[in-house]
Design a protein around this ligand. Sequence first.
Ligand code: NAD
Length: 334
Amino acid sequence: MTKNEKIVVCGAGGFIGGHLVHSLLKQGYPVRAVDQKPQWQWYQRFLEADNLTLDLREKENCVKAVNGCDWVYNHAADMGGMGFIELNKGLCMLSVLINTHLLQAAQVCGAARFFFASSACVYAGNKQQRPDIPGLKEEDAYPADPEDGYGWEKLFSERMCRHFREDFGLQTRVARYHNVYGPHGTYDGGREKAPAAICRKVIQAKLSGNHEIEIWGDGEQTRSFMYIEDCVRGTQDIMHSEILEPINLGSSEMVTINQLVDIVENIADVHLNRRYKLDAPKGVRGRSSDNTLIQKYLDWEPSIPLRQGMEKTYAWIYDQMKSGASHDSIVNRF
Ligand code: NAD
């Protein structure tokens, strides 16, 4: 890969895609950035990129997106936190059109390499029934019992990547992300994930003086969280590697949701009364990433501890809320 070769990032108006575009531009790559949202709604938009608004469920739009590009990153999906994916299974599954048509376009346009952003939601439910379970290994995706809707779409699309590599010679790479967090993501409106939602709730409590917080479930469910900078670095490392099978990209630092709230309360220097909403969407009981494979192949481990990443995330969300900014209005110039 030389700096003359063009890269397309699909889903560039979203959280991870926006950070990836930024990183690639900083390294000097020519970048095309594609998203279906109007560009004023992109979380980050860089004038140096070739920015296109296209609905990538349509095959001809995928050809427009990929044409002339050597490497394709697919980060476009209709997704959100548990509150969104548990209630919008059909919409989540429709993202299968995006990856399928992008793979076809990459093949037709002669792209050299293709990246698919998969998820820990592909892992079998019966391996995640206790809070203290060991980290999930790549082989734990089978026998298949993924998250209904969103997880099935990811698992199917992983397999499509494999078959396009085996049958058509397209070089595909797949990462299974485990909960990514950081600035320039969504923190309200229903698609936000736990780290951003907890920051927002703590900030609201602090600013309003109503020192109460609602927590989904009993707070004893476990997760691990990866800071966005680690995600963007790991994503590119996987894309450049010869790792053919889907591989975990996440943190093995497992915490309960209650512990995550402790961290944010500590950052905010506030103590809140916790109200547990036991019937809220809460996902599996326990989940974190086993990083044995990625350590072996890439010597990769997250470099940013949870406390440090949450400080940066909290500070960014605080500034947004304090200034009354809606993330729709954030436009960055590189
Ligand atoms: P995001 O919602 O912030 O970004 C996704 C982007 O895709 C959005 O900007 C959306 O407008 C765009 N999109 C949706 N449908 C589209 C369409 N038809 N055509 C063009 N663009 C479309 O999500 P994210 O957190 O940046 O996630 C990026 C990828 O990583 C997704 O595939 C997601 O499933 C995967 N992933 C993310 C996490 C995480 O913790 N954030 C975890 C696991 C997997």
